[in-house]
Design a protein around this ligand. Structure first.
Ligand code: BTN
Length: 253
């Protein structure tokens, strides 16, 4: 991993113009959290790790990132933005579009933001909010790039670009995502998710499928029929239409 190769291909104004490269760390999101505590976060900083010893996924899960891209993008949220939740969906849409354009192959999004290829997981996004006198979202993006195999526990559900027959450099995956992310984030900040929704819909593989949503309050089962302007998934259930914004989303095969 050579951060200069990322910088060379950037077309952004702010995102990725400052890259913190760590050969080894626990987790790029945890590192960003420590920078936040020290008052060191600025909009656009990207933290990239060569390897993570404690990579974190959604729902408190472990994230395996050896051979993959592990980066956290620091986004400062302007005061006027009040509905922050769909920023993760925006990042998911940008990531899926970027990887599809870079490789010429179809990658799609499972709600809320798993990047999928032929039913297996290529990547995911973990976003965290940090507030002091400013608001920062840490967009932790993990993509499987060069792995030739995965540990047994995830071998059946994970896929890398290499396994999909694509020899792509980690640096090129990073710059493609950052270049796609900045304009989509600008649109989201200015106009909200309503103006990102169509990109999300173009790359999604969730609408039309039977879904189970596991939430602390119980299960919602139904067919995903749409996503609304606030980023909630709309499900047609036995008890009528219901919205789901959070939880663990399982797609029935
Ligand atoms: C998911 O569960 O799908 C989200 C995975 C997010 C993994 C990335 S890798 C870079 C960043 N640092 C972490 O510890 N997690 C995120």
């Amino acid at each position: 991993m050579n951060p200069e190769l990322i910088a060379e291909k950037l077309t952004t104004k702010d995102i990725g113009r400052s890259i913190v490269y760590l050969k080894e760390t626990d987790s790029t999101n945890l590192h960003a959290g420590r920078m936040f505590k020290n008052g060191e976060l600025r909009h656009g900083i990207v933290i990239i790790a060569g390897s993570q010893s404690a990579g974190r996924g959604r729902m408190g899960r472990y994230w395996y990132s050896n051979g993959g891209l592990a980066m956290t993008v620091v986004v400062e949220i302007p005061e006027k933005v009040d509905n922050l939740a769909p920023i993760t969906l925006t990042a998911g849409a940008a990531t899926a579009v970027a990887i599809s354009e870079l490789t010429g192959k179809k990658f799609d999004l499972k709600y809320p933001n798993d990047i999928m290829h032929n039913g297996k997981k290529l990547g995911g996004i973990l976003s965290e909010l940090k507030i002091d006198k400013n608001r920062f979202v840490l967009l932790g993006i993990g993509i499987n790039v060069e792995q030739e195999s995965f540990p047994d526990e995830i071998a059946g559900i994970a896929v890398s670009l290499r396994q999909a027959g694509l020899k792509v450099a980690v640096e090129d995956v990073a710059s493609a995502i950052l270049n796609q992310l900045e304009p989509m984030l600008d649109t989201f900040m200015a106009n909200g998710f309503a103006h990102i929704r169509r990109y999300w819909l173009e790359v999604n593989c969730t609408i039309g499928k039977k879904i189970t949503v596991t939430q602390p309050s119980g299960l919602i089962k139904g067919k995903a029929i749409n996503i609304d302007d606030e980023g909630a998934l709309i499900l047609e259930t036995e008890n009528g239409t219901q919205k789901a914004l959070s939880g663990d989303f399982t797609v029935e095969k």
